[in-house]
Ligand binder design. Sequence first.
Ligand code: 3H9
Length: 690
Amino acid sequence: MAELVRLEHVGDIGVIIIDHPPVNALSVAVRERLVAAVRALAQAPGLRAGVLACDGRTFIAGADIREFDAPPGGTTTHDVCEALDHSPKPIVAAMFGTALGGGLEVALACHARVIAPEGVVGFPEVRIGLLPGAGGTQRLPRVTGALVALEMITSGRHVPAAEALATGIVDEVATDVRDAAMIRARALADAARLPRIRDLPLPPVNRAAFDAALGAITHKARGAVAPAEAARCVAMALDTDFDEALQQEHAAFQVLRTGAQSKALRHMFAADRAAAKGRDAQPWPVRHVGIVGGGTMGSGIAIAMADAGLEVTLVEVGDAAMQAAEARIRTVYDRQAKSGRLSAAAHAARLAHLSFATDVAALRDTDLVIEAIIENIDAKQDVFRRLSTVVRRDTILASNTSYLNIDLLADVVDNPERVLGLHFFSPAHVMRLLEIVRAGRTAPQVLATALALAKRIRKQPVVAGICDGFIGNRIFSVWRKQCDYALEDGALPHEVDAALEQFGMAMGPYAVGDLAGLDIGWAQRKRLAATRDALERYVPIADWICEEGHFGQKTGRGYYLHQDSKRVVDPEVTALVERASAERGLRRKPISAVHIQTRVLAAMVNEGAKILAEGIAARPSDIDVVLVHGYGFPSWRGGPMHTADAHGLGAILNVVRSMFAESGAGWQPAPLLEELVASNRDFASLNRLG
Ligand code: 3H9
């Protein structure tokens, strides 16, 4: 096995090289050897200066996340930074790939930094419920100024090389980083200089702007505690002694590390990666993607593909629809260019990747076609039938359906093994979730291709089996029912929304409904009316609203009145809600936010357990990924299944049982949930099984 850290002599320069695949994470063992290497460099008489470099695909991508569950021990990242601070010889960081978290902290403790043009830096700790715990909150403000540091650390965003140079985080951008770092290290040695960021004064701060930015952080964090803690630490750079601030930063880090939120976010980190893992099959190359249907979904999908550099051909039914799709896409890119997010060259390049047609024959050379037309099985089958006669036999055929049975689409094509679902979420170029729906005959290579494509277009994939609504919409429809019951029992839409937003959801269900449009759900309910369990409690409020022609924001009315971009309580909806209670013979009573939150969570978990037992989701953590990335479930709670484990499954089962007692049909406790409770196990135990 290669050495984790080695010191190579290159003339009078000592090159310390970390070799810890896949991302050179700072494990205890790496940290221990790094400190030893820095000391060895100091003591080597033939070496005048050093370079800190990495083998493999990236500079250090942070502390080793897998070690955060264990109690701290051994050499810390702070010890590594101290060793660099005390080095009598200058050491220059040669950064490339992703220099993140502890990796950036170590680089900032070096005497200078060089980065490759495509490299990025950042402090993503808040995304796993932490803060930079080895001096990052104190060193970064000393180079970038406190405001920039505050934004970077509390957002966790990746900062590209050019911006890192402009903000002073790095000293140079170079193609051959090791070479450039050696030249710089030698120059520092020649000048007998040992510049240390810790010795720099803080650049002048606009206190009012800083305080305003601080004030906005808690609100933006929507219940996550790490951003506010990180901000508090950055603020210490303004008035606290460096070493004292370091100690306080370390203490704050330890509190977060052992807290429930970081545990949940670390669970999500592992869950995201487990869901995206390919099986053994080899993916097929995808270069050219066809899209049938250029409405909101089809256009969004086209943008997602073009953004990733894929060639896209979009087909619509006629000239007018085709031009409308083109205009829709162009508007998005124009807006991005206007706001400065897209350069003129990138704007032109994106549009050059897109072509438009009115005949599916234009899709002849595609590797993958995604159908994104209306939710009607006959219309979709028609498209699949036509595609089957036009494209190659190995062109993958995907449907963006949210509900329909993909097997029925596979039935009408030649070579049904190439058919699967690719369920994007609206807006498709923004939302990260992609449900990959495995149909009965989908070939392993086709599934592997979809997973590889998801990575390429920067989506978070989750593989789901076929059922009505797959993983996400099936669970959504169940917990939505609990919200509707709360309306009939005594709550109003804005109270339910407020309860769930307080829980940490991005938006309440009624606000989401109004945003997305109520007509889609209405059509879906009509489609399923014949198969609905007649015994199940059915709340007609949404239907009544739609019958008035009110479909949400786009019509100015839905669950709310939409006035001047604001949601206002609509007295007519209040009257409809009260009518529903009266028709069911219910006396309205106050419903607490906690009651709503508990019911919603229990409904999600119970349905999640059913989905697991049916094999629709492979593991509980996949359900967490879907709800967090597609439905606004707070990531710091770790998704519903992780939250249920944290609450205790016994308590959840009790709530499900009382829901069953009250509402009957549809609310039977999931046998898997009962089994887990009876055997004193949790959902995490099923994640470990695979
Ligand atoms: C920190 O640094 C705290 C400090 O302040 C110190 C305080 C005292 N550890 O994502 P990928 C694994 S907190 C361990 O698929 P990509 C990952 O699990 C840390 N393992 O690749 C996967 O393994 P597997 C701050 C890690 O190219 C494999 O690497 N840093 C770590 O799409 C490939 O990962 C972060 O939060 C890690 N730190 O993206 C960075 N990172 O194949 C977190 C990755 O077995 N990491 N792995 O499943 C990332 O953002 C992305 O992984 C990265 C690469 C951008 C680096």
